[in-house]
Design a protein around this ligand. Structure first.
Ligand SMILES: [Zn+2]
Length: 417
């Protein structure tokens, strides 16, 4: 069997044929080159308007890299033509295996992008003896194609969250679809301002926004404001995960402050190494942490009282009726306000201010647990943390859509991987 036969099997073009196949030595490496010729009587396509046009002249030979075969890099070699298009003038022809000035065939780009979902971009570049930039271009192409061809109909639930990006206070706003059975990243925007989220709604469109039934977010005021304005009909739910995170942050603050004070006053440092005992859910503690916690509970410490208040709050999520949940919330907030523990009082005030949105979770019958948004956001954090050189916003954007967008891919006659 000839290599040509295999190529025709996996990638056949109507207006072009595979011709000679040979080994070439290049830069101390042995490659396979495959000549590609235009089929007789076929017309060249204008790259500008994508219509057939009369031939103008021939340019240079170009090499387009294809998927490697048994460790050999494979190149399609083709003598590019120019057309004299009645509409666009003299233009380079368009070839079906590559786009614009890309040196890689689209099939190879799709192949690399496939591996870039499983490996870091650097690992892909090393494995296939190509460069990081080439992998980036490949993923960018697949992402652009996917974004253009994705179906945005039927989105009824979205989650809005942010992730920190690069050093300092750089944020990206992430909007996810969180419908049951269909979760994906819908949109990314720089910063986390009113303007950012307004940009999302402009992109998403009025009609689709009005079909939203549920929106989950954290207590970030700009988000709340925009959601109210642009998707007022939707049930806005404050995410359970973010409320728990706020409580944990308060506990941390109380513990750190008290620990410092005790050291200063010369007391035995009982709060040393107690951070996780107080933050973790009781049922998740290790044996050692449990013993430590038992020990701590004997002291009358602000940290312990804050911890008990936080543990009490867990009961809130078990309610079924919004009315009873509200009663619980009111009682809990009153107790915290009397506790004289400032960081906890701050949380209680926030909870009071956002009570209706928090209680919406019960109205949505707990359908949107924190798990969905949190899971997607954790994956997003891993993607940016393993940043593989995403120094630019564009790099991060492409990587995030690739990892989380659940995007469709261009159709292929043959599955190479
Ligand atoms: Zn044209």
């Amino acid at each position: 069997m000839q290599l040509k036969t295999i190529l025709n099997q996996c990638q056949k073009f109507k207006s072009f044929v595979y011709d000679q196949v040979r080994f070439v030595d290049w830069n101390g490496e042995r490659h396979i080159e495959v000549d590609v010729l235009p089929r007789r009587n076929s017309k060249a396509i204008c790259s500008c308007c994508e219509k057939p046009a009369p031939l103008y002249d021939r340019l240079n030979k170009r090499r387009f890299e294809f998927i490697p075969l048994w460790g050999y890099r494979v190149f399609l070699v083709y003598l590019m033509r120019r057309v004299d298009c009645t509409e666009c003038g003299v233009k380079v022809e368009q070839v079906p295996w590559a786009r614009g000035k890309q040196e890689l065939t689209s099939t190879y780009q799709q192949y690399l992008a496939h591996w870039a979902k499983k490996l870091s971009w650097k690992e892909v570049a090393v494995s296939f003896r190509t460069s990081w930039e080439k992998v980036f271009q490949a993923v960018e192409y697949i992402v652009e194609w996917g974004l253009e061809h994705r179906d945005l109909s039927g989105v009824t639930a979205i989650g809005v969250d942010e992730i920190a990006w690069r050093k300092g206070h750089n944020y990206l706003t992430m909007v996810y679809q969180i419908d049951a059975g269909n979760t994906r990243l819908l949109w990314i925007g720089k910063e986390r301002t009113v303007k950012t989220l307004l940009r999302f709604f402009r992109f998403f469109g009025k009609e689709r926004s009005q079909h939203l039934k549920y929106v989950c977010s954290d207590m970030w005021r700009p988000y709340i404001k925009v959601i109210e304005k642009k998707a007022g009909q939707a049930l806005h739910i404050l995410d359970r995960f973010h409320i728990v995170a706020k409580l944990n942050k308060a506990i941390d603050e109380v513990r750190a402050g008290e620990h410092r004070q005790m050291q200063k006053d010369g007391y035995e440092p009982v709060l040393k190494n107690s951070r996780w005992c107080l933050l973790k859910r009781w049922e998740n503690l290790t044996e050692k942490q449990e013993a430590k916690l038992q020990d701590l509970l004997q002291y009358n410490l602000r940290s312990v009282r804050a911890y008990l208040l936080k543990e009490d709050f867990n009961g809130f999520w078990d309610y079924v009726s919004p009315a009873w949940a509200e009663k619980f919330l009111d009682r809990w907030c009153t107790r915290v306000m009397r506790s004289k523990i400032e960081p906890m009082k701050k949380v209680a005030k926030t909870i009071r201010n956002h009570k209706p949105l928090i209680l919406n979770w019960f109205k949505a019958k707990k359908a949107f647990s924190s798990g969905v948004v949190e899971g997607l956001n954790n994956k997003a954090k891993v993607t940016t943390r393993n940043s593989y050189g995403f120094r630019t916003y564009r790099g991060a954007e492409v990587a995030l859509y690739h990892a989380l967008g659940n995007l469709p891919t261009p159709p292929m006659t043959h599955r190479f991987c």
